[in-house]
Design a protein around this ligand. Structure first.
Ligand code: GDP
Ligand code: MG
Length: 725
């Protein structure tokens, strides 16, 4: 089919690009609120006055640097497909941030049409924009739109078509902006050199390549040395010279200067009568500044941040505890009722010990998780999280991470309970692939909601007086560990430079109920979904592994025989008989468990696991925990209750562990360390695979498990052999 025009849609995430694309092409596509939802390229066809226009929906990006896959994809599409026109969708409510991309598109020289979207939201923000004036100042047609209501889209398309027609067949016209007295001469020199040698000029405008060299753009540097290594070396030389100069004179680097001048250019355009803001908003902005002088103060800031984190920690347990209790007793009751109806037997055992026990353990923690995610959503939506990122950036940087890693860490359990599944997803906001990977690989090291029950159990057994303190130490330990591991990764497998901190601090806002609930729900759902899928499957497998094969017939017969003998011998002394019978039953149950597939596996691992102090039952629980950490406690429960004779006592796991001589404080601590660190659960691994690769997924499993085992062995040997705990 012939198209009269090829257009590409560009814009920041959440600017309404997908909404425009859908309205124009009528194609179906997911419209959501998550940044970067359009990761792949989408095409469609729009009709305008009988002509058909081919439209490519580029990934949403804030910039055209080489920091993220999205940016690279967007850039390559523009260069390789050379669309007749680029339609840049802009969130008018965040004009200066959105124009950062626009400036870079103009610098590439593509024919550009601007769609100033979300105009309907401006009155509430107290802003008004002179759309035509903006277009005149930037030298490209600008159209106001409200994509959600289909307003202005036809006009936008018409303007795009006009500019495409005007510029058809002519070379692209890159915008030149000044980068100041330090860089401008260098850019001129570089551009001249590039033009003389026709260096990459088939694809990129000369000046653009020069700027990319100053931004140390990895992709262009690689392309450049392939194209002509001599010229590339010369450009690199120029870059290094000016870098050194900027470092000594201004203590900055070219990339930062370039970003500053781009923003300077944008603000000069905006101040030129494009944007008018009502006074009350200026007041709100300055109020934000005033609040910030306190909240991000060098001394007060961290103190307040510590206080807020502590408050969240307290609130979580305060608000989450009651529902936790209700749900626990509900699942207890459900188990008893189902058990009562079904009586004894395989099905009953499967449902009660397996399904209700395992899934119940997960759902029981849902309220706690929900509360923590609600509080996190409030931090996020109010704008405070951005301040935390800002304050922690300097510390994080030392460990090779970025301030924005705060979010993934806190969501993964950095405060108290959380979930690494949405935590790993939240690393999407990081622009540098290496920083993103380092954050992704360390986020599962926190005490997520699934590990909490394990820790609480061990605390209840060995540290009943100091559970609070131990939980606090675990949280602090997890932070220290995550940061150290990040540092290790960033200086070995993930070596590379840090990204400058380029996040703007949004003004403080009152969070809306709807926004908070939505954020909370998305993340809680990721957690709850585990219960219905992976954990259900794993508990059934583990239950079967623990229940089969049954003891061989001759052994059962031998037990039956002994039983009859005891009954005959001790018929006179009833209490002695009961005691002896109970002892025998217990032994049979133990034998049955050890004989099962899972039991044999646990026993088989003992020669290795003994160095960390784990017996076969602990091994079993830990094997189950590879799938999901929730399974650790429920497997221990199943292992002890299947081996338990008196149903009255079954389920009182704490008492069982306390009575079991193979557990002691040293084992407990070693167990906590292992559970905290070893392989991320299956759902987290799935997200790591999706966000990174199979290779990194395997790395996370092997590395974390190895580290966990090493630290557990050290802790156990130290505590048990040397301190004799
Ligand atoms: P994308 O990330 O750029 O693809 O953005 P989407 O098309 O997914 O839009 C993000 C959100 O903004 C969605 O909730 C849209 O419904 C909403 N949205 C899109 N256009 C407008 C608009 O003109 N006005 C308002 N108020 N909301 C809009
Ligand atoms: Mg989209």
């Amino acid at each position: 089919m012939e198209y009269s025009l090829h257009a590409a849609l560009a814009g920041n995430p959440n600017s309404g690009k997908s909404t425009v694309f859908n309205a124009l092409t009528g194609s179906r596509q997911h419209v959501g609120n998550y940044p970067g939802i359009t990761v792949e390229k989408k095409d469609g066809v729009a009709k305008l006055a009988g002509k058909s226009i081919f439209i490519t929906d580029l990934p949403g990006t804030y910039s055209l640097t080489a920091y993220s896959q999205e940016e690279l994809v967007a850039r390559r599409t523009l260069v390789e497909e050379r669309p007749d026109v680029v339609i840049n969708i802009i969130d008018s409510g965040a004009l200066s941030r959105n124009l950062y991309l626009t400036v870079q598109l103009l610098e590439m020289g593509a024919p550009l049409a601007l769609g100033l979207n979300m105009l309907d939201e401006l009155p509430a923000k107290g802003i008004s924009i002179d759309v035509k004036r903006l277009g005149r100042l930037l030298g490209c047609p600008a159209t106001g739109t409200v994509a959600r209501n289909n307003k202005g889209l036809n006009e936008l398309l018409m303007n795009a078509q006009d500019i495409a027609e005007q510029r058809r067949g002519k070379p692209w016209e890159p915008l030149k902006i000044s980068y100041g007295s330090d860089l401008d001469p260098v850019i001129e020199q570089m551009t001249a050199l590039i033009e003389q040698n026709c260096f990459l000029t088939g694809k990129y405008p000369a000046r653009w390549t020069a700027i990319k060299y100053l931004e140390a753009d990895e992709e262009i540097l690689a392309l450049g040395s392939d194209e002509n290594s001599e010229v590339a070396a010369c450009l690199q030389e120029m870059y290094e010279r000016v870098s050194r100069h900027l470092k000594t004179t201004l203590d900055t680097y070219p990339e930062a200067v370039i970003a500053d001048y781009r923003y300077g250019f944008i603000s000069s355009v905006l101040r030129n009568g494009v944007v008018t803001q009502r006074d009350e908003l200026a007041w709100r902005a300055s109020l934000s500044d005033k609040i910030d002088t306190v909240l991000t103060n060098t001394f007060l800031g961290p103190l307040i941040m510590g206080g807020i984190i502590y408050l969240i920690y307290k609130l979580t347990f305060l608000l989450g505890e009651a529902p936790l209790g209700y749900l626990e007793s509900f699942f207890g009751w459900l188990g008893e009722t189902v058990g009562g109806i079904l009586g004894e037997g395989a099905l009953s055992s499967l449902l009660v010990d397996g399904v209700i026990g395992g899934v119940g353990a997960v759902l029981g923690f849902a309220p706690l998780i929900m509360v923590i995610f609600m509080l996190i959503a409030i931090l996020e939506d109010s704008g405070y999280m951005a301040r935390m990122a800002y304050m922690l950036d300097r510390i994080f940087r030392y460990f090779g991470l970025h301030g924005n890693t705060v979010m993934p860490f806190i969501i993964s359990g950095g405060i108290a309970g959380g979930c690494a599944v949405p935590g790993v997803m939240a690393t999407r906001t990081l622009r540098s692939p290496k920083e993103k990977l380092a954050s992704m690989l360390t986020a599962p090291l926190f005490a997520c909601g699934a590990k909490l029950p394990v820790f609480l159990l061990i605390c209840a057994v060995f540290f009943p007086q100091n559970a609070d303190l131990v939980m606090f130490l675990i949280t602090v330990g997890a932070w220290a560990l995550a940061l150290l591991v990040a540092r290790l990764l960033r200086s070995t497998v993930l070596r590379g430079d840090a990204t400058p901190f380029v996040m703007e601090l949004p003004p403080y806002r009152m969070p809306t109920l709807k926004g908070v609930l939505l954020h909370m729900w998305e993340r809680t759902w990721a957690y709850v979904r585990k219960a219905g899928t992976i954990i259900l499957a794993v508990t059934i497998v583990i239950w079967a592994g623990l229940s089969y094969p049954k003891l061989p017939a001759e052994m059962s017969a031998s037990y039956a025989e002994q039983r009859t003998r005891i009954e005959a011998e001790l018929a006179a002394d009833k209490s002695a008989m009961e005691e002896a019978l109970a002892e025998l039953d217990n032994q049979e149950a133990q034998d049955t468990l050890r004989h099962s597939y899972a039991g044999r596996m646990g026993v088989g691992l003992e020669p290795v696991s003994q160095y960390a102090g784990f017996d076969w039952r602990a091994n079993l629980a830990l094997i189950g925990g590879f799938a999901a950490k929730e399974v650790v406690v429920s497997t221990l429960g199943t292992a002890y209750s299947l081996g338990e004779v008196d149903p009255e006592d079954a389920g009182n796991l704490q008492a069982e562990i306390k009575a079991d001589p193979s557990w002691n404080i040293a084992v407990g601590i070693s167990f906590i360390i292992f559970v905290l660190i070893y392989a991320p659960c299956f759902p987290t691994l799935a997200v790591i695979k999706q966000e990174a690769s199979w290779g990194w997924m395997i790395f996370a499993t092997v590395f974390n498990t190895g580290l966990a085992f090493a630290l557990s062995v050290i802790a156990y040997q130290l505590l048990h052999r040397i301190l004799i705990l």
